[in-house]
Design a protein around this ligand. Structure first.
Ligand code: 8YV
Length: 327
């Protein structure tokens, strides 16, 4: 009997073809967004699921699908998965680190440049037919080259962002839980700074840290108050890392100069206050959305799933303690 796998969101045909070599696959190419109740029903009798960061995996879901052995997310972030609950229910959880690092780093630089140089605001003015021709003081922005850029979160993606920004001769500060070795700091030409100091010194602050209970509202009114009035805030991490309401107030009051957001609290619902702001660039959680990268994410998740249901030792296992429990 082939094992059964549910794919909760639309994926590439290649991914489904690969999975079908191993499993009986229930797909969702219509890309319906399953409610938690719907997901629980569809997971009944399944051995594993390929999930997206839009699917919440917790005790309440897992208690309704006792046969489930693995959840394989096509995302590097895993704040949508309660790892403790997975381990308690004997369910392996995996993610897709590494394959999206370069694309997300590229996009962080893209969002930074678009925000600093008021790209979307300019384009919107053009599309409204309001352009009267170029003049000296039109849509003046700020420079990324030679700027002081503070990167909060300095794992794989943060370090590649730093490498990208070397080409802009930016002065890079970083803060993270585990400071790098001095030789690695020299190699990347970066300097460690405590969070508040980084916020005070930076012209541009880029957020690329995991979303956890500790990093909820990592940037709120207090932190925005520490930043320069001329500063730019970029969020390519997770919505909850920034207090959207505090950010709206700070942007309205020009407490900071501008922001660029790819992620939002309660996405895909955006706080209407965000939509009214012009000193704000918005993108719909597309930092990893290059064709090759999303293909690689889907295949990595599929391979994790095959490994989980065959060898029981998937390469990107997040909750290793589940194996001890199975032993
Ligand atoms: C995903 C992301 O595309 O990988 C992540 O953590 O946020 C994005 O790359 C998104 O989560 C869809 O799964």
């Amino acid at each position: 009997m082939k094992k059964k796998v549910l794919v909760t969101r639309a994926v590439f045909d290649e991914t489904l073809a690969y999975l079908a070599q191993h499993f009986e696959v229930a797909s969702n190419q219509a890309d319906e967004k399953y409610s938690p109740a719907e997901l629980a029903v569809r997971l009944k009798g399944m051995d594993a699921a390929l999930i997206s960061s839009t699917d919440r995996v917790d005790d309440s879901l897992l208690s309704r699908c006792p046969g489930l052995k693995a959840v394989c997310s096509f995302s590097v972030g895993y704040n949508h998965i309660d790892l403790g609950a997975c381990t308690r229910h004997g369910v392996m959880a995996t993610n897709t680190p590494g394959v999206l690092t370069d694309s997300v780093a590229d996009f962080a630089v893209c969002l930074t440049l678009a925000t600093c140089r008021r790209l979307t605001e300019s384009e919107a003015m053009l599309r409204r037919g309001e352009w009267k021709g170029t003049h000296l003081k039109e849509l003046l922005g700020m420079d990324l080259h030679h700027a002081a850029v503070g990167i909060c979160g300095f794992g794989r993606i943060g370090q590649v962002i730093a490498r990208r920004l070397k080409g802009f001769e930016a002065r890079i500060l970083y803060c993270t839980r585990h400071r790098l070795a001095p030789e690695r700091e020299r190699e990347l030409s970066v300097a460690f700074a405590a969070k508040d100091e980084l916020l005070r010194q930076s012209d541009i602050v880029i957020l690329i840290l995991p979303y956890t209970p500790e990093t909820h509202h990592y940037i709120g009114a207090r932190e925005l108050g520490l930043m320069k009035r001329s500063a730019v805030l970029i969020n390519v991490a997770r919505g909850g890392v920034v207090d959207d309401a505090a950010l709206i107030e700070a942007l309205k009051a020009r407490r900071i100069w501008a922001a660029g957001l790819d992620v939002y609290e309660n996405e895909p619902k955006l706080d209407p206050g965000l939509l009214a702001l012009t000193n704000l660039v918005l993108s719909p959680h597309i930092a990893s959305a290059s064709e090759p990268t999303r293909q690689a994410m889907a295949m990595t998740a599929a391979r994790n799933c095959v490994a989980a249901l065959t060898t029981g030792d998937p390469p990107n296992l997040l909750n290793a303690d589940v194996l001890k429990q199975k032993a």
